[in-house]
Design a protein. Structure first.
Length: 241
């Protein structure tokens, strides 16, 4: 199963975009994945995240808001046929099935799904629950990654990166805890994929750095021995040999 968005203006198809990345950004900035040059669209209006088998739309604090099927949303799990409205443009969400996997009607959104898009901790728990063990997107043969604190009150402590998604920040539910007034509640996230470990900045005035380079919201692949900095805390990513 693959996914795409069909961009339209006043009913006329302008372009189609394959959702083949972990994150797809939508906005007026030229560097966004889906560039919409219209004053009704914010510079970074919204983004789409692929987490496991879910495709999640998130409004990025846009001026005019984001709608799905004519309802304002902040976060929304997309289903086949959903129509996203951004300014005066629409984006139709399409599930493209291969020959062996026909598109079926989407199941009603469960309470678990609703919790998942609101709470990062609930999303992490869902992905690491025993029921999901056999569906681990990273695969059981993938080398296990760790984060070790190099400074701060937790210096020396290591955190296993077993989950498909591990949160970093000052929020109570973050697995990797970093305190600080300017640190976001969920400042960043590390995803575990068959292609390796990837880190993305999410929120907060204090930016995340990897080897001295400030992250954007675009995922960055982590390499063994990479140094991660957030606020005044340094950490090291390493792979268990």
């Amino acid at each position: 199963m693959s996914f795409k968005l069909v961009l339209k203006f006043k009913g006329t198809v302008i372009s189609e975009f394959e959702l083949d990345q972990e994150e797809t950004t939508i906005g007026r900035k030229a560097e966004t994945s889906i560039h919409i040059d219209n004053l009704a669209v914010s510079s970074l209006h919204a983004r789409i995240l692929k987490i496991g088998k879910k495709v999640i739309l998130e409004d990025m604090g846009s001026t005019n808001g984001t709608m799905v099927n004519n309802q304002n949303v902040t976060k929304h799990i997309l289903k086949h046929g959903d129509v996203i409205t951004v300014g005066k443009h629409t984006l139709s969400f399409v599930e493209v099935a291969d020959a062996k996997s026909p598109v079926v009607e989407a199941e009603p959104e469960s309470d678990m799904d609703k919790t998942m898009i609101i709470s990062s901790a609930a999303r992490e728990e869902l992905m690491t629950s025993p029921a999901k063990d056999n569906q681990d997107s990273a695969g059981s043969n993938m080398a296990l990654g760790f984060i070790q604190y190099l400074s701060g009150p937790l210096m020396g402590k290591s955190v296993e990166l077993k989950a498909s998604l591990t949160s970093i920040g000052k929020g109570d539910n973050c697995k990797i805890k970093i305190k600080g007034m300017l640190v976001g509640k969920q400042a960043a996230v590390i995803t575990r994929r068959p292609s390796g470990y990837h880190i993305s900045y999410l929120e907060g005035m204090s930016k995340v750095k990897v080897n001295g380079e400030t992250l954007t919201s675009a995922p960055k692949t982590l390499e063994d021995s990479d140094i991660i900095e957030l606020s005044d805390v340094k950490m090291q990513f390493f792979i268990k040999k």
